[in-house]
Design a protein around this ligand. Structure first.
Ligand SMILES: *Cc1c(COP(=O)(O)O)cnc(C)c1O
Length: 343
């Protein structure tokens, strides 16, 4: 077995255990997880999804691929969709709320779930960056339909890969059928489908990482704590927040370089690069702010996303991965502090 076989089933068991859900369905990417989830929910043209404007293009592309209309609610200081901005956007065509747990920090799920319950909406979590994270002791991906990525850069990686987690038997069944050409058993076609299968080769790479998920997350959290202790208080620099009821998986450790900082973001990036330290801007623009989405009929643009635009100008992610030594984390923090002091 080198295609989908027992190793994939084992990895699915690990995702079920990690998220506490009844089902986990592995697919070949996080994008596929999102597209398949929206597909099997069986919506009609004109149906709408409310999501965040501050995310990776895959979130929006999946919505558009499923033929759904995207609306955007501004973010809060946690970089995630603000439930108070989201609630007024719900209308008669709204079917799904799609929060993204950006950088590995869960969105504020209780008010989101309350709106979903009240208005009869499904919730698809883009948990691509959030394996190992939790909200009020509930794992990310366990609220309704959770979509994980195992892309090369993610906390758990199989090179490419994705997983959908849910307690919903019917959704899990439709996902398993859809990922395998619409077959329930051999040559018994019950739906139109695709080939979204993960392979046992990929699963074999993910399984030992999932065995160490707690240690991997703990290491990222320790690195983040060390960075925050060193960086908190630099003028105009905002360290990442972790509300007391949320467990951050620190897929990214993301600071803000505000206008009050003595260096610009570009200057800091250059200073870090000169010190041999990589950094990244995730993401430089709000998700629809590209030519391709400009006049897209399914993209509902809005000016009411001021915080998302501000974040796009200010964010910078620093190294936080589990292979860093404490000395290397110190060197990262020192390089940032030096760049601030040089001005
Ligand atoms: C990585 C990512 C995806 C897509 O996952 P792939 O496995 O790359 O297809 C979707 N949403 C977010 C927020 C991501 O970071």
């Amino acid at each position: 077995m080198i295609a989908q076989g027992p190793r994939v089933a084992h990895l699915e068991d690990q995702y079920r255990a990690a998220t506490g859900t009844k089902h986990a369905v592995a697919v070949n990417s996080g994008t596929a997880a999102l597209i398949a989830s929206l597909h099997v929910l069986e919506f009609e043209p004109g149906d709408e999804v409310i999501t965040t404007p501050f995310t990776f293009a895959a979130t929006l592309n999946a919505i558009l691929r499923a033929g759904l209309t995207a609306r955007f609610a501004d973010i809060g200081p946690d970089f995630n969709m603000d439930p108070e901005m989201m609630a007024p956007l719900v209308n008669d065509r709204t079917r799904v709320i799609l929060p993204v747990h950006l950088y590995g920090l869960p969105a504020d799920m209780d008010p989101i779930m309350a709106v979903a319950r009240e208005r009869g909406l499904r919730v698809v979590e883009d948990a691509a960056q959030a394996i190992g994270a939790s909200y009020r002791n509930r794992p990310a991906g366990s609220f309704d339909i959770g979509c994980f990525s195992m892309y090369a850069t993610k906390n758990i990686t199989t090179g490419e890969g994705g997983v959908v987690t849910t307690d919903d038997d019917a959704i899990a069944d439709r996902l398993r059928v859809f990922r395998n050409q619409g077959m329930r058993s051999r040559y018994e076609y019950v739906a139109t489908g695709e080939n979204l299968r993960l392979t046992d080769v990929q699963a074999s790479i993910g399984i030992p990482q999932m065995d160490r998920l707690e240690a991997i997350t703990a290491s990222r959290r320790a690195n983040a704590a060390q960075l925050t202790a060193a960086l908190d208080g630099l003028p105009g620099l905002v360290v990442p927040t972790e509300p007391h009821d949320r467990h951050h998986a620190y897929h990214q450790y993301t600071i803000r370089i505000t206008e009050e900082a003595p260096v610009t973001r570009d200057e800091l990036i250059a200073a870090l690069a000169a010190a041999g330290i990589g950094s990244g801007v995730y993401y430089p623009r709000v998700v629809w702010d590209y030519e391709i989405y400009q006049n897209h009929p399914l993209v509902t643009r809005t000016d009411d996303v001021i915080e998302a635009h501000r974040a796009a100008r200010e964010v910078l992610s620093l190294p936080v991965h589990p292979l860093l030594t404490p000395e290397q984390v110190d060197a990262v923090a020192k390089a940032v502090a030096d760049a601030f002091a040089a001005r």
